[in-house]
Design a protein around this ligand. Structure first.
Ligand SMILES: Nc1nc2c(c(=O)[nH]1)N[C@H]1C(S)=C(S)[C@@H](COP(=O)(O)O)O[C@H]1N2
Ligand SMILES: [Mo]
Length: 393
């Protein structure tokens, strides 16, 4: 495609912040330290987790870059950046979370396949761009369309990066057309992240942002869009990012029995403490993030210092000085909340956090009941251990 190319090796990768913890070098997969993650409500681009499946594409000529939109539509068209820039610009504060967040902990119960992540394969950014539904209007697909006259029901986003899983083909994913054309769903073709043009790692020049949905559907380095009758048949929709029950393992898996994961479930993690901590004082701060999918706000975060026998409610906030209330018009509905609680701990304590969303969905107590062979969606209660004293005691 003119304007955008994809290298077939890793010799032209962008620079990255040295504090990121690298889980895989090629392709580059990295997350920030826990404390850095909760240092600000809007995650700085440098600290935002990076999840790639191939070498990072390169824009050679932004004026020649376009997205071709075709498929089951009457008027297929190539959309250039100037067309996108001329549409109303929206900014949406949305949390992106990889379905593999917290995978390493799931692997401790029973081995799973996939890149290992601690609790920071997640970040919150202010995404700026055009609403996808406005872009689709340019080619004659009206708002709130669930099926086009030619039978298109899904919208497929195709990138140009070369992915091993696609045998060197590009990354792709789809969402229902009804969601893409619903202005309230806030699906963006984003060209900005935190007020700056997207950088290469995060999808420059243009990426999809599907708020409230696992990160895998927010396709970076967008190359083309297809309106199709059935959902995308690509690897990352059909052979990955599906949630299986604990009884299914590699010898008895039947991928077609499950739907591709879309909304992410309710999640929380403590970030002010590592898995095992030796502290000097009895008084500790328990701080972290909580978030749910589908725009469901966080109703409550409970914390425990005795492994989950007794609980207290943590305070929740997004922006300083503005009380957070799920569903309130001044809260960011697609974004995480931070929670905080102070506690006095005995000599040795198991600290636990669990969040509840506005639909009263609660995180499961144990990882065993949600174990799945791909290690996705570990949303079990997050536990850390604290001991008073020194590590050599
Ligand atoms: N083209 C392309 N888009 C992609 C991916 C990819 O490898 N290639 N990874 C997906 C996954 S699995 C996630 S979690 C998010 C990560 O976005 P980020 O790197 O900006 O944090 O991008 C998604 N979009
Ligand atoms: Mo992901």
């Amino acid at each position: 495609m003119p304007g955008l190319t994809a290298p077939s090796d890793y010799s032209r990768e962008p620079p990255r912040h040295p504090s990121l913890k690298i889980n895989s070098k090629e392709p580059f997969n990295a997350e920030p330290p826990r404390l850095a993650l909760i240092s600000s409500y809007v995650t700085p681009v440098d600290y935002f987790y990076k999840r790639n499946h191939g070498p990072i594409p390169i824009v050679e000529d932004i004026d020649r870059y376009f997205v071709s939109i075709s498929g089951l539509v009457q008027n297929p068209k190539d959309i250039f950046m100037k067309d996108i820039w001329s549409l109303p610009k929206y900014t949406v504060t949305a949390t992106l979370q990889c379905a593999g967040n917290r995978r390493t902990a799931m692997s401790k119960t029973r081995k799973v396949k996939g890149v290992g992540w601690d609790v920071a394969a997640i970040g919150n950014a202010v995404w700026g761009g055009a609403k996808l539904t406005d872009v689709l209007e340019l080619i004659g697909v009206p708002k709130l369309t669930s099926v086009t006259p030619l039978g298109g029901k899904h919208i497929e986003f195709v990138s140009i990066d070369k992915c091993k899983e696609e045998h060197g083909g590009p990354y792709k994913a789809s969402i229902p057309l009804s969601q893409a054309t619903n202005p309230v769903a806030d699906v963006l073709l984003a060209y900005e992240m935190n007020g700056e043009p997207l950088n290469r790692d995060h999808g420059y020049p243009l990426r999809v942002i599907v708020p409230g949905v696992i990160g895998a559907r927010s396709v970076k380095w967008l190359d083309s869009i297809n309106i199709i009758a059935e959902e995308c048949q690509g690897f990352f929709m059909q052979k990955d990012y599906k949630m299986f029950p604990p009884s299914v393992d590699w010898e008895n898996i039947n991928w077609s029995t499950r739907n591709p994961q879309m909304d992410f479930p309710v999640q929380s993690a403590i970030c002010s403490l590592e898995d095992i901590n030796f502290v000097k004082h009895e008084k500790i701060t328990i701080k972290g993030y909580a978030v749910s999918g589908g725009g469901r706000g966080i109703e409550r975060v409970d914390v425990s210092i005795d492994g989950g026998k007794t609980w207290v409610e943590a305070s929740r906030y997004q922006k300083p000085g503005i009380p957070y209330n799920a569903g309130d018009s001044c809260s960011d509905k697609w974004a995480w909340v931070f929670f905080q609680a102070e506690a006095e701990v005995p000599q040795s304590a198991e600290i636990v956090a669990k969040a509840v969303d506005i639909a009263a969905n609660v995180q499961p107590e144990n990882v065993e009941v949600i174990w799945n062979l791909r290690g996705i969606l570990n949303t079990s209660w997050h536990r850390v251990h604290v001991r008073i004293g020194h590590s050599n005691m």
